[in-house]
Design a protein around this ligand. Structure first.
Ligand SMILES: Nc1ncnc2c1ncn2[C@@H]1O[C@H](COP(=O)(O)OP(=O)(O)OP(=O)(O)O)[C@@H](O)[C@H]1O
Length: 337
């Protein structure tokens, strides 16, 4: 196998929590991301899924090195960028781009589409052959917008169109990797598929690798080749799409899968509905051992005393890892492509 494009080992982000009379004393930390390993290969779409607050956005920002981790290591194209300075990161900034969830707040309302999309070229002092305007117009066309809309303002566009403007901006510097943080969750369901299809086309045609962050498994189902499931700062399962959907091992993955809407109503009969009870525990003081144990119907004493490692399980195919003392291999939803 070729060298990974991006690799994280033991990646950790603990945010300090301050207290005391003038909020100067550190009284604890939010364990937003706690020692995760993941690998993204050139040109692949890697999905990262989990409930709100589990640490997905923080992971995305760490991978794009918008945040510096409190521990662990990030390697990009063979180079350790964990603690690289702003200056050292400059050449990499153009190769790793982000698309944000909210197309309303991520575009400056006072700037024209032309200047928004040309922004990264301006910041990096890049003059493409034919000029910036021509390049912006090509990019607008690539994302399915009219190049003549160059002089318009964000408020003149619908939510889906604004997200396309954000995608065009992310493409401006010909990135090798795009971290897309819930890029469709703020959009109407009818528009979501159009934007996902656009990203899928870019991944295929331009060979761009994606880290696609979503809070449910329905969105990444047709987009990501490999998917990691995250719970309270930890990765609990990672597998190829077919293995994850067809042979989930971790109880939390089962629960997430059971809430994915099924296109074929007949298959509902095979579906076991799992309703998770209780809230996700606080990341300030997460449970010892397995973090999912407080909501897990299979939990036993060992789950409280020992944290299960993320390992290859005998009941799973090669490369399918799960962190559970009592994994199960049950067909929940057959993969239908
Ligand atoms: N700058 C920060 N300072 C302190 N805590 C933070 C900071 N950023 C995130 N957190 C906390 O870290 C945890 C993980 O947040 P994060 O936004 O990464 O989760 P998420 O899975 O992306 O959630 P969502 O889907 O709601 O955006 C949360 O408890 C959040 O409140």
């Amino acid at each position: 196998m070729t060298e990974p494009l991006l690799e994280a080992r033991g990646l950790t982000m603990h945010f300090p929590v301050r207290g005391g009379a003038i909020f100067k004393r550190r009284v604890g930390s939010v364990q937003a991301v706690d020692g995760i390993d993941l690998t993204v290969h050139e040109g692949e779409s890697f999905g990262l899924v989990g409930e709100s607050g589990c640490g997905k956005s923080t992971t995305g920002r760490l991978l794009a090195r918008l945040l510096e981790p409190t521990a662990g290591k990030i390697t990009y194209a063979g180079r350790d960028i964990t603690h690289s300075s702003r200056k050292e990161l400059a050449p990499i900034r153009s190769e790793i781009q982000m698309i944000f969830q909210d197309p309303y707040s991520s575009l400056n309302p006072r700037h024209t589409v032309g200047s928004i999309v040309a922004g990264p070229m301006e910041v990096n002092d890049i003059d493409p052959p034919g000029g910036r305007k021509k390049r912006v117009q090509e990019l607008l066309e690539t994302v399915g917008l009219n190049p003549e809309h160059y002089n318009r303002y964000p408020h003149e566009f619908s939510g889906g169109q604004r997200q396309r403007i954000g995608v065009a901006r992310a493409l401006a510097l010909e990135p090798r990797l795009i971290v897309a943080d819930e890029p469709v969750s703020a959009l109407d369901v009818s528009i979501q598929a159009q934007v996902v299809n656009l990203l899928q086309r870019l991944q295929r045609d331009l060979g761009i690798a994606f880290v696609f962050i979503a809070h449910d498994l329905a969105v990444v189902r047709h987009f990501s080749q490999r998917i990691a499931v995250m719970y309270l700062g930890k990765i609990v399962e990672v597998a190829d799409r077919a293995d994850l959907y067809g042979n989930p091992q971790h109880p939390y993955t089962h629960a997430l899968l059971s809430s994915v809407p099924e296109a074929d109503p007949d298959s509902e009969a095979h579906r076991e509905r799992i309703r998770l009870t209780g809230d996700v525990p606080s990341p300030i003081n997460p449970p010892s051992g397995c973090r999912f144990r407080t909501r897990c119907w299979k939990a036993q004493d060992i789950c409280a005393s020992e944290e299960p490692p993320l390992v290859q399980l005998t009941s799973a195919t090669s490369g399918h890892l799960a962190a559970c003392h009592f994994p199960e291999s049950r067909q929940v939803i057959p993969e239908s492509d």
